[in-house]
Ligand binder design. Structure first.
Ligand SMILES: [Zn+2]
Length: 286
């Protein structure tokens, strides 16, 4: 398995903006008061434009993982994201909690989000990120069935794309791995996510973390990949309603400046990195 990046770059940086807006509060946290919804509105009205300006200034393309609900609630923002040449990938219908859904309901919400994508973005998404990075037993097979090429929700590697395998559970003997999916996984990490560290959610998440610590954490994870892991994909997950805050915009500026000071670092949307990936012949044979 290998990554042949443009210009012979040695690693890739994939910044993923999870444009959850209202939907995270509605679907993930069940908080629909005007106050929580206003935080989602901040993401759409302030966070996204700030991030777009930042990406323009540093001349980088990214992926906006967007629930169908955000697409239809803030269509003008989607127009701006697309006008700037960023990729839009699927991120659920209304940030539903995937493991709590029946198979029928999971399929129904997949259909709805694809219809919303076709209406607002056009065509079909190549990639998927599950809301809150959680899967049900059928999620991967649904992604295969609906023609997705890649996913970015799982954590079986740190930097290297891979093909996840289903796990058959046994408690008194070894678990058994099934055959790898043809879908390419770009692994994520809670350490490379702004939300748990920085965003307060009463009773769930302390947030309000030290932004200097956040910068050092993200910088050190990048430095390790650059020094030790040729072919790494550094998948940073940010949320416009969190990283769009001024204090975090400064962290992002410093981080991108740091990463761009190295030779051979490719910045791009995940589908552009997918297009640089070649599987070994035996990858999907186990
Ligand atoms: Zn999300």
């Amino acid at each position: 398995m290998s990554l042949s990046l443009p210009g012979g770059a040695k690693m890739a940086v994939a910044i993923g903006s999870d444009f959850d807006a209202h939907s995270a509060w509605m679907g993930a946290f069940g908080r629909t008061s005007p106050s929580y919804l206003s935080r989602g509105e901040f993401g759409a009205e302030v966070g996204v434009p700030r991030l777009l300006e930042l990406f323009r200034r540093f001349d980088i393309k990214t992926t906006f993982f967007t629930p169908g609900h955000s697409m239809v609630t803030f269509p003008e923002r989607m127009e701006q994201i697309l006008a700037d040449g960023h990729e839009v990938a699927s991120h659920g219908c209304y940030h539903e909690s995937i493991p709590t859904l029946s198979p029928e309901r999971e399929r129904e919400l997949m259909e709805i989000q694809l219809q919303q994508y076709a209406k607002i973005v056009g065509g079909r998404p190549r990639g998927y990120r599950s809301p809150a990075w959680d899967f049900s037993e059928i999620t991967m097979s649904l992604l295969e069935e609906y023609g997705f090429e890649w996913d970015s929700s799982l954590m079986g590697r740190e930097y290297e794309p891979y093909h996840p395998r289903p796990v058959e559970l046994h408690y008194e003997s070894a678990n058994i791995f099934g055959p790898p999916t043809p879908i390419l996984e770009f692994p994520v990490s809670w350490y490379l996510d702004d939300f748990p560290a920085q965003e307060p959610v009463a009773g769930i998440n302390a947030g309000l973390g030290d932004h200097d610590l956040l910068f050092r954490r993200w910088r050190d994870i990048f430095d390790y990949a650059y020094e030790n892991c040729p072919g790494a994909v550094y998948a940073l997950t940010i949320h416009p309603q969190c990283s769009g805050r001024s204090i975090h915009m400064k962290v992002l500026e410093k981080l991108i400046t740091h990463m761009q000071s190295f030779e051979g670092v490719y910045f791009g949307g995940m589908s552009s990195i997918y297009d640089c990936w070649t599987d070994d012949e035996d990858t999907t044979a186990g």
